[in-house]
Design a protein around this ligand. Structure first.
Ligand code: UTP
Length: 406
């Protein structure tokens, strides 16, 4: 793309500000900027203006397999899960393409050190959790790791440097998700540098389409992988490919399942697994009407009590039918570094939008979902913020509670 073509394209979309500094750039920088502009997906901007919460259909609370019920059938589920793992039917997908802006570290989130007297990164802790399962199963499962262009090289290099934490490198596969432009409140795409468009990961909703685009559908087929367990990088107590969870899901006949915890309080910032017009749906905390969030059953429990922890098991067969369906685009209002009046600024407060599709929206498309309750203190220690709620501090406390030496 040359300057004239870029100018024509940007005029069409009202984004000419991207060329404001073109004349100041070296010719390499000009080429870089033109190439960024050529690759831009302007369609995400159509979602601006739709910042209001979505209209909810007819909501009802979802049932879950409770901790007590699971305990009663634990052995039977576990055997079924271990057998599925041993026959290679299950693989894991680590969602590690996010930027972790709230944590304020420029490293991939998984490289964050949660150790105190020794170094223990989130990646290492999660690989330790995996080892418990692979030791028990006597075999290793495939692990797909989704990164983005912004952290792929660092993530790969870190795994290599750590010798893949003793895991079989042939069973670890990296792939990149897509990026989307970011923009100001009034819809102007930001420049990250005068020669570079501001791009950010386009949410975790594209985890399966990006995996297919990276050519891994063939591997799933060849290896007979029928189920994919996706999990977030930022929960250090994450139980990955948990045999009990797998067994319960297989026996439920559902197309997917999600681990849930009882919400600590009506206002806790987790999505809630509900039924909407009869279909399993995760309603984000900011979309949930407060009167429903605080509704209680006769026994005092929250009616809408099951919060999701981003650990889901999906049937590959069903995913293959729905993964190209359009997912809703969510606008995330964030602090985005950008060029303003010729200077790069790093705001501490949200200033503009990122565009994201979310994995939770796939659950609805799957048609049926088993909610599987787990004990919060054993499985949910999110590392979202530097301090306070869901922070490094709270995650450390929970790790200690679970006997992890920090
Ligand atoms: P979050 O929604 O917490 O986003 O991600 P984030 O980018 O990590 O953190 P903030 O909001 O900027 O502070 C939940 C999970 O989804 C992954 C993250 O890596 C994390 O495991 N994710 C998020 C992706 O893989 N891709 C994305 O585009 C966004």
């Amino acid at each position: 793309m040359n300057y004239a073509q870029a100018k024509e394209l940007l005029t069409k979309y009202g984004q000419l500000q991207l060329l404001d500094y073109y004349d100041e750039l070296t010719s390499d920088q000009q080429q870089k900027l033109l190439s960024d502009i050529q690759k831009l997906d302007f369609s995400v901007l159509e979602n601006l203006g739709a910042t209001h919460s979505k209209e909810l259909g007819n909501l009802s609370p979802a049932d879950a397999l409770s901790v007590e019920e699971i305990e009663c059938s634990k052995q039977q589920y576990e055997e079924a899960g271990l057998s599925a793992l041993r026959s290679g039917k299950v693989a894991a997908v680590l969602l590690a393409g996010g930027q972790g802006t709230r944590l304020g570290s420029s490293l991939p989130k998984g490289m964050f050190n949660i150790g105190v007297t020794r170094k223990l990164t989130i990646f290492e802790q999660q690989m330790n959790n995996i080892k418990e399962v692979t030791d028990r199963a006597g075999c290793m499962f495939h692990i797909f790791i989704m990164t983005s262009d912004l952290n792929d090289a660092q993530t790969r290099a870190y795994f290599e440097e750590c010798n893949y934490f003793g895991y079989d490198p042939q069973k670890i596969h990296f792939y990149e998700q897509k990026l989307a432009p970011t923009c100001s409140k009034d819809g102007k795409i930001y420049l990250d540098e005068k020669y570079k468009v501001s791009l950010s990961p386009n949410g975790n909703g594209g985890w399966y389409s990006s995996l297919v685009d990276a050519g891994y559908a063939q591997l799933l087929k060849e290896e007979g992988i029928e189920w994919l367990n996706i999990y977030a990088v930022d929960n250090v107590l994450q139980r990955i490919c948990d045999p009990v969870f797998i067994g319960a899901t297989l026996q439920s006949g559902c197309a997917c399942s999600g681990k849930v915890v009882k919400k600590a309080a009506p206002e806790e910032r987790v999505g809630v697994l509900c039924k909407e017009d009869g279909l399993p749906t995760i309603v984000e905390y900011y979309e949930m009407p407060p009167e429903l969030a605080s509704l209680r059953d006769a026994d005092g429990q929250l009616t809408y009590r099951y919060g999701v922890i981003l650990n889901y098991l999906f049937s590959v067969e069903v995913l293959n039918k729905i993964y190209r369906d359009k997912l809703p685009c969510h606008l995330a209002f964030k602090a985005i570094p950008h060029i303003e009046n010729g200077v790069r600024v790093t705001p501490s407060e949200p200033c503009g939008y990122k565009f994201e599709t979310l994995a939770v929206d796939i659950v609805r498309l799957m048609g049926s979902c088993l909610a599987f309750e787990v004990v919060r203190e054993r499985e949910f220690a999110p590392v979202k913020n530097k301090t306070g709620v869901d922070s490094v501090e709270s995650a450390r406390q929970l790790l200690k509670l679970n006997g992890v030496k920090l």
